[in-house]
Design a protein around this ligand. Structure first.
Ligand code: GDP
Ligand code: CA
Length: 320
């Protein structure tokens, strides 16, 4: 076990793989995860936080491993009943999952913050590593296609990421504020790790919340990102169709350009090793390794190797 304090910024599926690797690694004891809440929305009157739930269900080993989201051993009686009433049922919420959303909504309605509710949900699942939203304020990713603005889940789930995206917006971001808990975690970090999450709709939402970038800049932390692209392709999800919205390519170069000025180092996949030289010439520390995380061992190996490298590089810098 090491005493170094690590903060992981994470979205859903790619974020949860990194979070699992972190929690089970020798860095897990002093680690915190900050999750994306830009995908949050109301369904059937209930507040759903898909990325926070993916993180928690994964860390608790209650996730449906095949899909990478939702609960294991899930059933859909409630959703089918709602469908019979003529309600929309394209957002697949299972019976077990519904309990989380009922609990969250009830607690929020009683005046609890999303940070407090997420802490209670973690406690119910025996997760001791803190999982924090970056903000308690509502920030929602909106996506314009077919000349109209839509919610993120309409694009992602209802339309299966098929429509061509015209524009993207993080609604509510200007009025939002980082939570004291997220700010404290970032401020005292030795290493801030950006998970191999979607840069456009997962990590950029966290980074754009007022106070987050200031907290990172004011910290002494070494900032390392893991690229979500392998051989110029996503492992899962639409990140490759979105990078152009940030004027970036869907590869490790694009990731470096999106996080330019923020990261000190970048982990890229072995398949992209030819990018290393150019990235190093841009002043980045570059670590090349197999980054596909399938088993728990893969997840631990990627995270420990990434953090070991970050630690070595940050020590070198201190010595200079
Ligand atoms: P979402 O919120 O569920 O879309 O998940 P994230 O934003 O956290 O992560 C999506 C990204 O994770 C995609 O761009 C994938 O390419 C990336 N990803 C998923 N699994 C892996 C993996 O094993 N290795 C790497 N390097 N990237 C991964
Ligand atoms: Ca997400």
């Amino acid at each position: 076990m090491t005493q170094r304090r690590i903060t992981l910024l994470a979205g859903g599926v790619g974020g949860a793989k990194a979070a699992e690797g972190l929690m089970h690694s020798r860095y897990g004891q002093h680690a915190t995860v900050i999750g994306n809440t830009g995908d949050d929305d109301r369904f059937h009157g209930l507040w759903v936080s898909p990325d926070l739930d993916t993180l928690v269900y994964s860390l608790a080993d209650h996730i449906d491993r095949q899909r990478g989201w939702g609960r294991q051993h899930e059933s859909y009686q409630t959703l089918n009943e709602l469908k019979a009433y003529g309600e929309d049922s394209w957002m697949t919420l299972g019976d077990l999952d519904f309990a989380t959303h009922i609990y969250r909504t009830n607690q929020l309605n009683q005046g609890k913050s999303l940070t407090q509710v997420t802490r209670s949900i973690c406690r119910r699942f025996d997760i001791s590593m803190p999982v924090l939203p970056a903000t308690n304020d509502v920030v929602q990713t909106r996506i314009r296609f077919n000349n109209q603005w839509h919610s993120f889940q309409e694009y992602f789930v209802q339309h299966r990421c098929q429509p061509e995206i015209e524009a993207i917006d993080y609604q509510g971001i200007r009025q939002a504020r980082i939570t004291p808990e997220a700010e404290a975690a970032i401020s005292r970090s030795d290493i801030i790790l950006l998970a191999p999450s979607n840069p456009v709709v997962s990590l950029n939402v966290i980074l754009a919340i007022p106070g987050v970038m200031d907290a990172i800049r004011n910290s002494q932390a070494y900032v390392l990102a893991i690229s979500p692209f392998i051989g110029g392709k996503t492992v899962k999800g639409p990140a490759d169709k979105m990078m152009h919205l940030l004027n970036a390519s869907s590869d490790s170069q694009g990731v470096a350009s999106v996080y330019q000025g923020l990261i000190d180092g970048l982990v890229i996949d072995k398949q992209d090793k030819d990018d290393a030289l150019a990235l190093r010439q841009q002043g980045l520390d570059v670590c090349v390794m197999p980054t596909l995380m399938s088993s728990l061992d893969d997840k631990i190996r990627v995270i420990e190797d990434a953090l070991d490298s970050a630690l070595a590089w940050s020590t070198q810098k201190e010595a200079c």
